[in-house]
Design a protein around this ligand. Structure first.
Ligand code: CP
Length: 309
């Protein structure tokens, strides 16, 4: 198969195993490109992409913009904070106004779950979901799996624990779908209050004891507490959360094996992860960020090739 089964990247749940394989193979090629002295290819000179960010971002926004520029696409950036959204303009009106300037593809981060799906039904452009509320963050999950493949050889058969605020995390949901699609075993670990009630329907293991979870896994993906999505307290205090669910070097050194540590960022140093772990060779956090550019180049390239048909 040399093309994606989908016209938009709205979530991992819409992809199949072959799509993931194709994205990784294409990312392998682009990873080689971005390590050359000239880090650019002319592939998308005829494509214009709008990056619409209705929510804060550092990594995802910069990574998409860099990926688009490395592919020679024309790029426009929109941030809701400085826009006419503040004057009451709807999402569809905002996007249709941008599309009337002949935009081919939209990368969107939005606080509302399903915003990307909604948009894909109302506008004529390829849509890439760059994070929709607590729903999905597909390119994050793809770059996470790609980084596991790079560090451990393959994803199939690996045991991955996702630790922390599972309830409010789009990274957790997209990772569960992506890892299972590739044949990995998935566990979630965190306070009971931060594990969604529907978790058993997703076919993952659940553990509330971090030491047991770390002893089980090959990879631990540490999540931050999403305070911006919480209107009540889900645990007594940050200090107690860290005592029970934070990783530190002493804990990792006391395990029988060396595990790989991941984090999607932004990190809250000293809360879910200590600096001596985040900055250690066991952690692949900056590899994840680096791989994000190649993965996003692959996704954009593969979706753009469907526009050109
Ligand atoms: N991992 C991630 O989505 O980071 P940003 O919120 O900075 O984009």
């Amino acid at each position: 198969m040399s093309e994606l089964s989908v016209n938009h990247l709205l979530g991992i749940k819409y992809l199949n195993k072959e799509d993931v394989r194709l994205i990784f193979e294409t990312a392998d090629h682009f990873k080689e490109v971005i390590n050359r002295p000239i880090k650019k290819v002319p592939s998308l000179r005829d494509i214009t992409i709008a990056n619409l960010f209705f929510e804060n971002s550092t990594r995802t926004k910069l990574s998409f913009e860099l990926a688009e520029k490395r592919l020679s696409a024309d790029v426009i950036n929109f941030s809701s904070a400085q826009s006419s959204v503040k004057k009451g303009e709807t999402l569809i009106d905002t996007v249709n106004n941008i599309l009337s300037m002949k935009v081919d593809m939209v990368v969107m981060r939005h606080p509302n779950p399903g915003a990307g799906v909604f948009l894909s039904k109302h506008v004529k452009a390829r849509i890439i979901n760059a994070g929709d509320g607590a729903h999905e963050h597909p390119t994050q999950a793809l770059l996470d799996s790609y980084s596991i493949r790079e560090r451990l050889g393959e994803v199939k058969g690996k045991k991955v624990v996702i630790v922390g605020d599972i309830l409010h995390s789009r990274v957790a949901l997209s990772n569960i779908f992506a890892l299972q699609l590739q044949g990995a075993e998935v566990m979630v670990c965190g306070p009971k209050t931060l594990i969604p009630k529907y978790i058993n329907e997703l076919g993952v293991k659940v553990e509330t004891n971090l030491r047991k979870a770390l002893n089980w896994c090959d990879v631990a993906n540490m999540l931050r507490i999403q305070n911006e999505r919480m209107d009540i307290s889900y645990f007594p205090s940050t200090r107690e959360y860290t005592q029970q669910f934070g990783v530190n070097k002493a804990l990792l050194d006391s395990l029988d094996k060396e595990i790989t540590i991941m984090h999607p960022g932004p990190i809250n140093r000293g809360v879910e992860i200590t600096s001596d772990v985040a900055d250690s060779k066991q952690a692949i956090i900056l590899d994840q960020v680096q791989n994000g550019v190649a993965i996003r180049m692959a996704v954009i390239y593969l979706l753009a090739s469907k526009i050109k048909q």
